[in-house]
Design a protein around this ligand. Structure first.
Ligand SMILES: N[C@@H](CCC(=O)N[C@@H](CS)C(=O)NCC(=O)O)C(=O)O
Length: 211
């Protein structure tokens, strides 16, 4: 049985955003059952967990003695097992992987710059000065993304892939950065998928139980 790590509880601003959501969503799309290893605050710093996740973060993936960390690597590992996430055609698979990496490497760092300034340093002078520049840069990247998406339903055309899964989770981090109607419709399209709803409900359900 697949086990993924998640936090037992996080503050409301982070609920529905914690990165185990990506993995839960991929598992739901692939139809693979899983259980959760829920961490209390502090568990992530214990040596047994650090041996599996050197940075003390969630999620990790465990199955039959294999462990993986980094949500991108885990989603790709799951996607290898499911055509719902990676098409059979070699070129289409490579393009789906390309979009997953683009989400993590070309979009997420800029969105996270804005998020970190707003969430953790909101009342500091240097952060107030940095915010407009960080926001402009993120918007610039999102504008390019909207143009690349164009009028297609998904990043590579007609079918949803692991690239869309990852891009959607990145676009959800700060919803008010996403104003282009093509991107808002895209996020709505991807988050309307039953697998996403189940994943979100499962994450939120764990927090409710802990509250
Ligand atoms: N690059 C990592 C980032 C994981 C990450 O940022 N996890 C957060 C929760 S969303 C976490 O565990 N934060 C606690 C910490 O960094 O100490 C991944 O995608 O798996």
């Amino acid at each position: 049985m697949i086990t993924i790590s998640a936090f037992r509880w996080v503050p409301p601003f982070a609920q529905g955003q914690v990165r185990d959501l990506r993995v839960r969503w991929a598992l739901e799309e692939a139809g693979l059952p899983y259980r959760t290893r829920l961490l209390q605050q502090g568990d992530q710093d214990k040596p047994d967990y650090r041996a599996l996740q050197p940075f003390g973060q969630v999620p990790i993936f465990e199955e039959d003695g294999r462990t993986l960390f980094e949500s991108g690597a885990i989603v790709l590992h799951i996607a290898e097992r499911s055509e719902a996430l990676l098409p059979k055609d070699a070129d289409a698979r490579a393009r789906a992987t390309q979009w997953l990496i683009a989400a993590l490497n070309s979009i997420e760092p800029h969105v996270m710059n804005v998020a970190v300034l707003a969430l953790f340093y909101a009342d500091q002078e240097w952060a107030k000065l940095r915010r407009p520049g960080a926001r402009d840069f993120a918007l610039h990247r999102l504008d390019a993304l909207a143009k690349a998406l164009g009028d297609k339903p998904y990043l590579d055309g007609e079918r949803f892939t692991a690239g869309d899964l990852m891009m959607t989770t990145v676009l959800r981090i700060i919803p008010d950065l996403v104003t282009d109607p093509r991107l808002t419709a895209y996020v709505e399209r991807c988050t309307s998928r039953p697998a996403f709803r189940r994943a979100l409900d499962a994450q939120m359900g764990d927090f409710k139980e802990a509250a």
